[in-house]
Ligand binder design. Structure first.
Ligand SMILES: *Cc1c(COP(=O)(O)O)cnc(C)c1O
Length: 356
C-alpha cells in the first residue's frame, strides 16, 4: 500500500463547544486527505495535510462541466470510546460505479478505506459524543485540467474532508411532509441518476426550493418518462408498506443505490418481512391509501438513517400516513441501524468497521 505522508497543522482550530447546535456541514476539522491523479502516473502522493482552501485554475474542468463525484458516510464514537465506520467498503465500491459513468479513473477501494480510517484516526477528538451526533465524512473527486474544452480529464484530485454533525432528530424521530414532484424530473434511465454526482443535485435545486417554500421537507421524484413510477426522495431512497409487503423501487438506472437502502432490505428480510424491489406507481400508492392499505412510508439515507413520511401530497391529493405518526417498521429499523452504528447492539451483520 502507498505510504500516506502526514503534515500536522500548526494552527489547530477551536472545536465547537456546544454539541447540540452542530447542525450539518457547518464545521470542518483540522486536516484533510488529498491525492492526485495524473495521466501516466495514476493516483499518487496520498497525504494528510492541514485543512485549507484549494488553488484551482479558473479553467479547471470541474467548474465548467461538472466532472465530479462524491460520497457521504459517517464515523461514530461508541460509549466505550471505540470509533466505528458503517460499511465503508460499500461507499468506495459505489464511488467506482460513479467514476465509471463520469469517465473518472478508478480508485483503489481498499486503499481509500484505509486512507479514510487514517484521517479519522488523526481527527478522532473531533468526533462528537452527544446522543445522535457523528463525524460526517465527505470523499470527493474533481477534474482539474485547465481546459475549457469538453473531454474527460487527465488530472484529478481525490479529497476527503470531515465535519462534526449534530443529531438529525434532536427531539426524536420526526415524520416529514413530502411533495410529489410532477413538473420537474431529476434523472432518466441512461443518464447519471445512479451516480453520486453534483449534476443530479443541480437538477433538483429548483424543485426542492419550490417545495420548501410550500412547507414541505423534501420532494418525491417520479420517473422522467411517464411521470408515473416512484424513484426516490431528495437525498434518500424510499420504502412503502402496503398490506404486508414492503416495497422499494428497483434499481433500474436512474436512482441511487443507497447503502442504507441495502442495509434496510437485508435487515428486514432477516426479520422475516416480505421486501420487494419493483416498479411502484404513484397511482398504486394513492389507491392503497384510499383503501386503507398504505400503512407506512419512510426514506433511508446516511444523514437521517430513517425518515418516516407523515404526509404525502400529490397535486390536490393529501395523504396522511399512519396518522402522521412513526410507523412500527420505521421505528424498528431506526433503532436497530443506529444501535449498530453507535456500537450499542451486537453487530450480527458484521457491518461496522473499527478504526484503530
Ligand atoms: C447519497 C444518496 C442517497 C442515500 O444513500 P446512502 O448510501 O444510504 O446514504 C439516496 N439518494 C441520493 C440521490 C443520494 O445522493
Amino acid at each position: 500500500m502507498q505510504e500516506i505522508k502526514f503534515e500536522r497543522t500548526q494552527n489547530p482550530k477551536q472545536k465547537p463547544a456546544d454539541q447540540s447546535s452542530l447542525g450539518f456541514g457547518k464545521y470542518y476539522t483540522d486536516h484533510m486527505f488529498i491525492m492526485n491523479y495524473d495521466e501516466g502516473q495514476g493516483w499518487h502522493d496520498p497525504r494528510i495535510i492541514p485543512y485549507s482552501p484549494l488553488t484551482l485554475d479558473p479553467a479547471a474542468m470541474c467548474l465548467h462541466y461538472g466532472q465530479e463525484v462524491f460520497e457521504g458516510m459517517k464515523a461514530y464514537k461508541s460509549d466505550k470510546g471505540e470509533v466505528l465506520l458503517f460499511r465503508p467498503e460499500k461507499n468506495m465500491a459505489r464511488m467506482n460505479v460513479s467514476n465509471e459513468r463520469l469517465c473518472i479513473p478508478q480508485i483503489d477501494e481498499e486503499f481509500c478505506v484505509h486512507a479514510i480510517k487514517e484521517l479519522v484516526k488523526v481527527e478522532q477528538d473531533w468526533i462528537p459524543t452527544q446522543e445522535g451526533t457523528s463525524l460526517y465524512i465527505r470523499p470527493f473527486i474533481i477534474a482539474v485540467d485547465p481546459h475549457v474544452g469538453v473531454h474527460p480529464a487527465n488530472h484529478l484530485l481525490f479529497i476527503v474532508i470531515l465535519s462534526p454533525v449534530g443529531a438529525y432528530y434532536p427531539e426524536g424521530l420526526n415524520p416529514v411532509k413530502i411533495f410529489v414532484e410532477s413538473t420537474y424530473v431529476r434523472a432518466v434511465k441512461g443518464g447519471i441518476g445512479f451516480a453520486k454526482t453534483g449534476g443530479n443535485y443541480a437538477a433538483s435545486l429548483k424543485s426542492q426550493d419550490e417545495a420548501t417554500k410550500k412547507g414541505f421537507t423534501q420532494v418525491l421524484w417520479l420517473d422522467g418518462v411517464e411521470r408515473k413510477y416512484i424513484e426516490e426522495v431528495g437525498t434518500m431512497n424510499v420504502f412503502f408498506v402496503i398490506d404486508d409487503e414492503i416495497i422499494t423501487p428497483e434499481l433500474q438506472g436512474s436512482i441511487l443505490s443507497g447503502v442504507t437502502r441495502m442495509s434496510c432490505i437485508e435487515m428486514l428480510r432477516s426479520w422475516g418481512y416480505k421486501v420487494t424491489e419493483r416498479k411502484l406507481s404513484i397511482d398504486e400508492v394513492a389507491k392503497a391509501f384510499d383503501e386503507g392499505r398504505l400503512k407506512e412510508a419512510f426514506g433511508s439515507g446516511t444523514a437521517a438513517v430513517i425518515s418516516p413520511i407523515g404526509e404525502l401530497c400529490w397535486g390536490e391529493k393529501v395523504m396522511p400516513i399512519n396518522d402522521g405518526k412513526i410507523g412500527e417498521i420505521s421505528q424498528k429499523l431506526y433503532d436497530n441501524l443506529t444501535g449498530l452504528q453507535w456500537g450499542k447492539l451486537p453487530d450480527t451483520f458484521n457491518w461496522t468497521v473499527k478504526v484503530d
